[in-house]
Every structure is written in C-alpha cells, then in structure tokens.
Design a protein around this ligand. Structure first.
Ligand SMILES: Cc1cc2nc3c(=O)[nH]c(=O)nc-3n(C[C@H](O)[C@H](O)[C@H](O)COP(=O)(O)OP(=O)(O)OC[C@H]3O[C@@H](n4cnc5c(N)ncnc54)[C@H](O)[C@@H]3O)c2cc1C
Length: 413
C-alpha cells in the first residue's frame, strides 16, 4: 500500500498551498495530492476572465508539472477519493487502490448545485466551476443568440459578462427572489447592480423561478412557475455550491453545513484537517462558526493548516474578503455580511451616484464594532474598512460622520 506522511485530497487553492507550505517546512516528508480534475493547479478565479477572453487559457494555470517534480510532491490526477477509514489512517481511491497517511488534509471545495427540473439534461445548459465547464460554456455562447441565466448570485454575473463577450445578443437573468442578491444586498445596492447589467444589455426578471426547460436535444426555452416563457439557445445556472462528503460517511468525522473544525482547522478526528470552501471553522475574530467561499481564504487556510500539520500549531485568523468586477462595476464583501449577526446597518452613497457602501455594526457592551461591509463602486473604502474590521476599532464616535461621503475612513485608523 502506498504511504504519504501528508495526504491532501483536493489540489486547488487550499490543497496546493498546504502542500507547498508543508514542503517548505519539511524537506524529507512524503506528500501526495489527489485530485479528480485532469490538471495541475489552475485559478478558478480567472475563469470569468477566460470566458470573456481577457485571459488566455495557458495563463490560467498556476503550477506546471515541473513544479510538482521539483518540490517532490506527487500529484495523482483524475482520481476521486471514495472512502475514508480513519481508524486505519487510510483512504480508498475509485480504482480500489488504498493510500495510508500520517496526516490527512481534506480540501475538496464544492461543486455547483444542479437545477433538478424537467429538461435539465438538454444540451447547452451550463454550470461554471471547472476549466472544462468554461470551455463548453464559451463554445455554446459563441453559437448562441439568446441567453438565460438562472440564479441571482456571483456566478450569474460571470455568465452574463461571458455571454455578452461571446456575442449573445439578448441575455436575461431569472431571479427567484424579489431582487438581485437578496439576502446579501439591500434593495438600493441591488438597483445599482441591476442598472449596470441593463446598461450592458442584460435584463433581470425578478420573482421568476424555473419550472422546466424545453427543447429537442438542445435547450430552446425556459418556462417559469408563473408560466412566463423565455426563448434561449444557451443557459447558465448559478444557484449555489455544495460539497460532496459522501466518501466521509461512516468515518465519524463531524459534519454540519461543512466539515467542522476548530480555529486550528483540526477536525473532530485526530490527524485529519480541513481547509478552504469545505471547512466550517471556528472564527476567532467574531467568535462564531463560519464557512468562507473565496480564494484568498482558501490559500490562507491552506498555509495555516500546513503549519499545524507539521507540528507548529497555528490559529487561522482572517476577516473574509471577496472582491470582483463585472462590466464596469467593482464590488467587495468584507467580513461578516449577515443581517442576523449585526445589530445595525448604516449606508453611505446613493442609487443615482451608482456607489454604495454599507457597514454591519455589532454593539458589545459600550463598544460598537464594524463586523462586515458591502462596497459597490467605492474602492477607496475597501482598504480602510478591512483594517477597521480586523482591528475591531470602536466605531461609536464615527457613526454619525460615516454617512457623509466627504468623511475619509482613513481618519479612523
Ligand atoms: C467561476 C468562479 C469565479 C470565482 N471568482 C472568485 C473571485 O473573484 N474571488 C474569490 O475570492 N473567489 C472566487 N471564486 C471562488 C474560489 O474559486 C473558491 O473559493 C476556491 O477555489 C476554493 O478553493 P478550495 O481549494 O477550497 O476548493 P476548490 O477550488 O473547489 O477545489 C477543490 C478540489 O477538490 C477536488 N475534489 C473534490 N472532491 C474530491 C475527491 N473526493 N477526490 C479528489 N478530488 C476531489 C475538486 O474537483 C477540486 O479540484 C470563484 C469560483 C468560481 C467557480
């Protein structure tokens, strides 16, 4: 049976960073990374720019085969891990082969939730998570004239820009909720997003939920529960992600919304760790259980857990940060953006100006701290707000001034 001192399942942001940091700390230990994808590490974050042809395919790859050889990291590609036997310290691969480990890192991320409605197996209905997904989406979009996107979240913006960049003439996003990004943004911030989309030839149909797809082999129509019908020849679906933990069944590992870890990213079972999108960790900044779905977090967790795995126990501590651009709009989500966690939300900006910053405030005793922020088209607010959140600055003296756009947030620091 093969043996690895450090076995890593998942070869993306969290897994590859962990392998790299372990190697930098342990020259002689054996490291194996198993991935079910056919590639060395590539950037998922660049996929939106790849589908809009701003980035060439070869520039998406972050690591070449030589890198793994030089670092003495064995990469097993195109192979799924199908079982964990924690007591025996081993995993089983889909081929039936087993690998014994000293320490195991689970870095399996997530996969897109499938929309399960009649007609969901028709051609030209796309999801976006892998490079292959992106290739197929580009191919359909180049031939398409009318596009429909299902879901009002991050990936829908990538689909919208991708369709327009590939010549799709009419694009409509179907959003089940009353407005785009309901639950993450307020109505005014959402209006700004909507007007950017509309300026760029993308319509939003709010309160519309897909009932079924129609078509002969290829999709030609989306019909919603309100019986509205949208002609289309390409569809993008972005309704959330989920992790596949079926291979962990019976292992005894604690799973809640994701794999439960403490602040060291240690799971409930000794010698097993989790990092990245699949980890539900104890957040020491805000003292709560948290899952972060972004690249920077996945690499930071990979680096922190690597130290812990080699015996240098390291607390993972970071405020969540997600920033992106679609068409000409820049947006960022910083820290905890959750109405249920915050006591108060204050906004600066307006729909007319196309700029809006919202801060989420929590009062602890006599101290008011900002726990999170959403920032649309106000890039100058991002750096100071990130520092204010991380440093847990008492904001009580500034809450009246904040609404005044001329007030420089750097003055608080
Ligand atoms: C289109 C798109 C755009 C994005 N844009 C941004 C952005 O602008 N900014 C940002 O911060 N984040 C962005 N993200 C999110 C970011 O890519 C993820 O947060 C990040 O990739 C998470 O890294 P990870 O290592 O935890 O997991 P993943 O990147 O999901 O990697 C997990 C890997 O494990 C493999 N795997 C799963 N199960 C098994 C198994 N049983 N056996 C073997 N291998 C397995 C998977 O196939 C995958 O290769 C974007 C994501 C997408 C899809």
């Amino acid at each position: 049976m093969k043996h690895a001192d450090f076995l890593i399942v998942g070869g993306s942001a969290a897994g590859t960073t962990a392998a790299e940091v372990i190697r930098s700390l342990e020259a002689d230990s054996s490291i194996i990374v198993v991935t079910d994808e056919p590639h060395e590490e590539y950037s998922r974050v660049l996929l939106p720019q790849y589908v809009t042809h701003k980035v060439e395919r070869e520039n998406i790859f972050l690591k070449k085969a030589d890198w793994y050889r030089e670092k003495l990291i064995e990469l097993i590609k195109l192979t799924r891990v199908t079982k964990l036997s924690a007591k025996e310290h081993k995993v089983t691969l889909e081929s039936g082969e087993e690998i014994q480990y000293g320490k195991l890192l689970i870095a399996v991320g997530g996969f897109p939730l499938k929309l399960s409605v009649p007609g969901d197996d028709l051609e030209n209905i796309h999801y976006l998570r892998t490079l292959e997904d992106a290739d197929k989406f580009i191919e359909s979009s180049k031939k398409g004239k009318k596009g429909v996107i299902v879901g009002g979240g991050l990936v829908s913006l990538d689909f919208a820009e991708g369709m327009r960049a590939n010549g799709v003439e009419e694009v409509t996003i179907l959003v089940r909720e009353p407005y785009y990004w309901f639950g993450k943004l307020d109505r005014d911030s959402s209006r700004i997003i909507k007007s950017v989309l509309e300026k760029n030839g993308v319509a939003i149909a709010e309160g519309e939920e897909v009932d079924h797809f129609e078509g002969l082999g290829k999709v030609s129509k989306v019909v919603t529960k309100s019986q509205k019908s949208f002609d289309c020849d390409v569809v993008g679906v972005g309704i959330g992600i989920k992790s596949d933990f079926s291979w962990l069944e019976g292992s005894g590992i604690k799973i809640d919304r994701a794999i439960v870890t403490n602040e060291y990213l240690e799971t409930s079972i000794e010698d097993i760790y989790a990092a990245g999108d699949c980890a539900q960790f104890h957040d020491v900044i805000f003292e709560r259980e948290h899952i972060m779905g972004n690249w920077a977090n996945a690499t930071s967790q990979g680096a922190a857990v690597a130290k812990t795995m080699v015996g240098q126990r390291t607390v993972f501590e970071s405020a969540s940060f997600y920033s992106d651009t679609f068409f000409e709009c820049k947006y960022s989500f910083i820290g905890v953006v959750d109405d249920n966690f915050a006591d108060k939300i204050i906004s600066r900006g307006s729909v007319e100006s196309g700029k809006m910053t919202r801060i989420f405030i929590k009062t602890i005793g006599s101290v008011m701290i900002i726990v999170g922020a959403t920032v649309i088209n106000n890039p100058a607010n991002v750096a100071p707000l990130t520092s204010i959140i991380k440093k847990k600055v008492d904001f009580s003296a500034y809450k009246e001034k904040f609404v005044d756009l001329s007030f420089d947030l750097n003055d608080i620091l």
